[in-house]
Design a protein around this ligand. Structure first.
Ligand SMILES: [Zn+2]
Ligand SMILES: [Zn+2]
Length: 290
């Protein structure tokens, strides 16, 4: 048995190493499936998205790997697409023009600074504090509610196949210094969002990057949110958000154990080109081909 990973970056965006280096490591770990999800290009000057002129090469590189490694591992082509209303989203023509197997939709930006730059909510804490002051007048509740409202808007108006790192904004309040996940308003915002997701049928990824990068003790989303996700029968998948080949299954064993304890039995995954529910345990997914 082995795990799968559908949230993977590489040197085409801000990841390290070529796509093939990730596949070699995935094959070494006997993973049956691997999905690439480079950051889709954005019309802003940022260091981490893929450059628009490289998208075609990125897709061709993965297509070529699909042939090279046929019979050893299934490979899928995806993009992690930012949702910024009217500017970027999974359903925009700039994304839909490509022959993608899937999209991950993520909210990395909440509204704009007065000078027009989008406010990055999962970057430097100083930038977070600046936006909190200039856009939301230090009102953390208003800012976080706006983040979750954007997630709901994405799900309802421009849905991806998978929702990326649902509660990543929590890293800005790691010690509870800006807000507590136990605050009533926070729980309400999350609950309202899960309600919308449950009706959409979209998959929520369980993303381990915060744990191995030591930005959060729990995955995105937190375990109390995953309990609600289980209660609402929302499908999940386990992803690493890997930026380096060494990260492609980081912390999967411990998180899979917690997911089992919550009551999850299956991940929803692409296998042989079809989304399906596949049983898992702490060693990986049940591989019906072996
Ligand atoms: Zn992301
Ligand atoms: Zn990512």
């Amino acid at each position: 048995m082995a795990f799968t990973n559908f949230h993977g970056h590489c040197a085409y965006c801000d990841g390290k190493e070529t796509p093939e280096a990730f596949i070699r490591e995935a094959v070494r770990q006997r993973m049956p499936v691997y999905g690439f999800s480079s950051h889709a290009p954005l019309p802003f000057d940022l260091p981490w998205p893929m450059r628009a002129e490289n998208t075609e090469k990125y897709i061709a590189a993965i297509e070529s790997l699909k042939h090279t490694y046929a019979g050893q591992i299934e490979i899928y082509t995806g993009l992690e697409v930012d949702y910024i209303p009217q500017i970027a989203g999974p359903g925009q023509p700039s994304i839909r023009q490509w022959p993608l197997d899937y999209t991950i939709g993520s909210v990395h930006f909440v509204d704009f600074f007065p000078e027009g730059r989008p406010w990055e909510i999962d970057g430097l804490h100083q930038v977070f504090l600046k936006g909190l002051e200039e856009i939301f007048q230090h009102d953390i509740e208003k800012a976080i509610r706006r983040y979750y409202a954007l997630l709901r808007q994405m799900v309802q108006e421009d849905p991806p196949d998978v929702i990326g790192h649902l509660d990543k904004i929590k890293i800005q309040s790691e010690e509870g210094q800006l807000f507590s996940e136990e605050a009533k308003w926070y729980r309400e915002a999350v609950e309202e969002t899960l309600e919308v997701i449950a009706q959409s049928g979209i998959i929520v990824e369980v993303n381990t990057r915060g744990i191995y990068k030591k930005k959060s003790a729990e995955p995105y989303p937190s375990y109390w949110i995953l309990e609600k996700i289980k209660a609402k029968n929302i499908p999940i998948m386990l992803n690493a958000d890997a930026h380096h080949p060494q990260e492609i299954t980081a912390c999967f064993e411990e998180v899979a154990a917690r997911l089992q304890a919550i009551g999850f039995e299956q991940f929803r995954l692409l296998r042989r080109g079809v989304w399906q529910d596949v049983a898992f345990n702490t060693q990986g997914i049940q591989d019906d081909e072996s």
